[in-house]
Design a protein. Structure first.
Length: 144
């Protein structure tokens, strides 16, 4: 599968931002384009089988690199829920339960993609973890 450099840049930006329009703006010269045109062009790229395959490939690489699966996350949330119940911290138990519900798609957050003027909202900055979470009594040897 060979993509043009701009298509590859689009795929990488899409993985980074999760926003096709923003990815299009980063990969292509869209400064003079109307938002509707950018949206349409971005959708056309996502409808391209080669680009979709590359995006899927990048997602798989990302998941593999971080060894994160839905099952692994669910197991951690169940463990956290049980730990919270043993510690008599109902808020933490509810939080873990809500995390499981979101993970399995039972709860969806409403996300606004356009502002009041109908234009795309700016992409949020990438999240950066700057602290370590406590292990909450977990066996840390199993994590290394």
């Amino acid at each position: 599968m060979s993509l043009t450099p701009k298509q590859e840049a689009f795929a990488l930006a899409y993985i980074e931002t999760g926003n096709a329009s923003e990815a299009y703006r980063r990969a292509y010269d869209a400064a003079r384009m109307k938002d509707a045109t950018v949206n349409r062009k971005a959708k056309e790229l996502l409808d391209n089988g080669k680009i979709t395959a590359r995006v899927d490939e990048l997602k798989a690489e990302h998941a593999e690199r971080h060894a994160v699966t839905v099952d692994a996350i669910a197991a951690m949330l169940r463990e956290d829920r049980e730990f919270a119940r043993k510690c008599a911290t109902p808020a933490a138990a509810v939080s873990a339960t809500m995390g499981l519900a979101k993970l399995y798609g039972h709860l969806r957050e409403k996300v606004e993609h356009t502002g009041k003027d109908g234009k795309d909202l700016p992409a949020p900055p990438p999240a950066i973890a700057i602290f370590a979470l406590p292990d909450n009594g977990r066996d840390t040897d199993a994590l290394t």
